[in-house]
Design a protein around this ligand. Sequence first.
Ligand code: ADP
Ligand code: GN1
Ligand code: MG
Length: 374
Amino acid sequence: MDKQLNIDMALIARQFQPGGECLDARSYGTGHIHDTYLVNIRQKGRCVPYIFQRINRYVFPDPPGVMENIVRVTRHIRQKLETQGISEGEIDRRVLRVIPTHDGGSYYLDPENNYWRAYVFIRGARTYDVLSSNEQLFQVAYMFGRFMAMLEDLAGPPLHETIPDFHNGRKRLKDFQEALASDSHNRAAAAKSEIDFLLDRASMFDILPGLVQEGKIPVRITHNDTKVNNIMLDDITGEGVCVIDLDTVMSGLSLYDFGDLGRTTLSPMAEDERDLSGVSVELSRFETILNGFLVGVGGSLNRVERNYLVFSIKLMTLLIGMRFLTDYLQGDPYYKVHREGHNLDRCRRQFRLVQSITDCEEEMNAIVERQHNG
Ligand code: ADP
Ligand code: GN1
Ligand code: MG
């Protein structure tokens, strides 16, 4: 038993192939959802690192469905990389490799009903919560764009909807209104201006569903969680290596992916920054992610999708801000929090960016126009 982690990681590691002595384990990364561990295992006299994750069951009601999607998606991408003649070792850096259990399954259900999975640890690369250079911004945007393009020809039945209504703004608004009405933790008073800000803009959630209904924008297979720290960048070259966090890959809109990417890249300030004075759109950042995403998708966006790229960032920033606010009102059951008021801080930071996007929307749209004509 690892005393610090209070988890018998050796027992869990033993369930996965090929097995070996568990040398050490520690919490890893800054994701908001799962419990992620870096686990070193001795295999044939060598120390081999793996990522183990305990899947968050509050967030994902159907972990086997999640894993079935991930196995299909990673197999599809792996096949594409194989046809490009990339070596097996390098392919294991460029697409997640799910480690099977001894009976060939993709997860282990422990005696306490926790679902566990293991991945090859991607070496020589890392994720960043905030990006500092235009080159990094380009790489991240390119990787998410290319990821969507690679899944265009995924054969077979639709992927499982791992979180129903994940980006359904109208449903999320209803959840928010219910949380507000019950105010079970007496927190609404502290968030009055954020609540008003959101309610003033609630009609934004009707726009994309309307376009889908009119057949103007297509439903695609998308990542749906395109924040910057879900891309690994090479430590030496800085190149995009791997798209990770594939739990929400399912039907979606290109605009969800571009929008959430914009949310986490347009300002260099942390997602939970409390000093809001520096939170504003940097147009050069916008130009770079636009360019990277369009190169990555390789021309597959239609005219209406392109027309709503700027709007999509404002929308997704409002939507994620609303989700943080809902979680705050509900007493933080969903996102991991590390301080009091953390979800409210995150919400405020998102809403400040919404305001900043509104202030420079015309300039941003002019950049899209130039990009298209140039
Ligand atoms: P969450 O859904 O909680 O965000 P992620 O799947 O994004 O969980 O993982 C959390 C972090 O763990 C990532 O941001 C990344 O830094 C690290 N990570 C995840 N998978 C791997 C991997 N296969 N190799 C190396 N690091 C990884
Ligand atoms: C969560 O899993 P992670 O930390 O990459 C969340 C996203 C939010 C994001 C906000 C499954 O992403 O939807 O945009 O936090 N993932 C899930 O930082 O809810
Ligand atoms: Mg993540």
